[in-house]
Design a protein around this ligand. Structure first.
Ligand code: MF3
Ligand code: CO
Length: 255
């Protein structure tokens, strides 16, 4: 499938899918407490998605067994919720959530600190978020896709962080993963020319240490090879003729 340009009707649905997902992120973020299991986080998240009349898009996606990816500390992404995994003060917890509204997908991730976290951890979270905003300065019609990639990667690497090379952002729409792939680091080629109506899930995954990752035995959970902390920040973004529209910002983030 090639890169799709959404019609006005499709954009309306993408906006609504984004708004609803932002609400889930805001509410689930507030519900996080030390002592919860990652399984309880997933249960709550799935209930919130369904109570808004949406369908969780990750559940059963290529066999993924939950609605929310919950990735703690050195887990980069795709952590599988577990009744045995308790979150505790000082942890950083990445929540990656996707939903479908009237056939259209939204996808977003945030990393939260539990209680008081180390300065190293809070800087990593803040700079991972900022790398996304560095990237979307180039998310405009007429610019090249890899200008986004370079801006994200250059910013993160300026702190000697490890940009995860093995996983990318992606186009999004009637499918969770559409073309194009969106790397989070500088590329040799310029990438495609951005056009109004493209919708992209831009998602830097940044390690405090080296960029290398490995997959656990469960075949999903991605962890840093060196055991360092990792953060994730993702939004679904609409390319317009002017400023990009970030479809998955929460009301609190917009305020
Ligand atoms: N947000 C992630 C992505 O964009 C998670 C999807 S993997 C899933 O690829 F299996 F959990 F759905
Ligand atoms: Co994604």
């Amino acid at each position: 499938m090639s890169v799709t340009i959404k019609t006005a009707m499709e954009i309306e649905r993408m906006r609504e899918a984004g708004r609803l997902l932002a609400q889930v992120h805001q509410d689930l973020g507030h519900a996080l407490r030390e002592g919860m299991t990652t399984w309880e986080i997933d249960r709550l998240g799935e209930e919130m998605i369904r109570s808004l009349g949406c369908v969780p898009s990750f559940l059963n996606y290529q066999g993924y067994p939950a609605s929310v990816c919950v990735s703690v500390n050195d887990e980069v992404v795709h952590g599988i919720p577990s009744k045995e995994r308790y979150i505790k003060e000082g942890d950083i917890v990445s929540l990656d959530i996707g939903l479908i509204w009237e056939g259209y997908h939204s996808d977003a991730a945030r990393t939260h600190g539990i209680g008081t976290i180390s300065r190293e951890a809070s800087l990593l979270i803040e700079r991972t978020r900022e790398s996304f905003f560095q990237g979307i300065q180039y998310a405009r019609a007429g610019r090249r896709l890899h200008e986004i990639s370079a801006a994200i990667g250059d910013y993160a690497e300026s702190f000697d962080y490890g940009v995860v090379y093995d996983l990318c952002g992606h186009g999004i729409g009637t499918h969770l993963h559409e073309e194009p792939e969106i790397p989070n680091f500088r590329q040799r080629k310029k990438g495609l020319k951005l056009k109004a109506g493209m919708t992209l899930a831009i998602e830097p995954m940044i390690n405090a240490g080296a960029p290398d990752v490995e997959w656990l035995e469960d075949e999903w959970t991605v962890v840093t090879y060196d055991g360092s902390l990792s953060a994730h920040y993702e939004n679904t973004v609409l390319i317009t003729d002017g400023e990009p529209e970030i479809l998955t910002l929460t009301e609190e983030e917009k305020a």
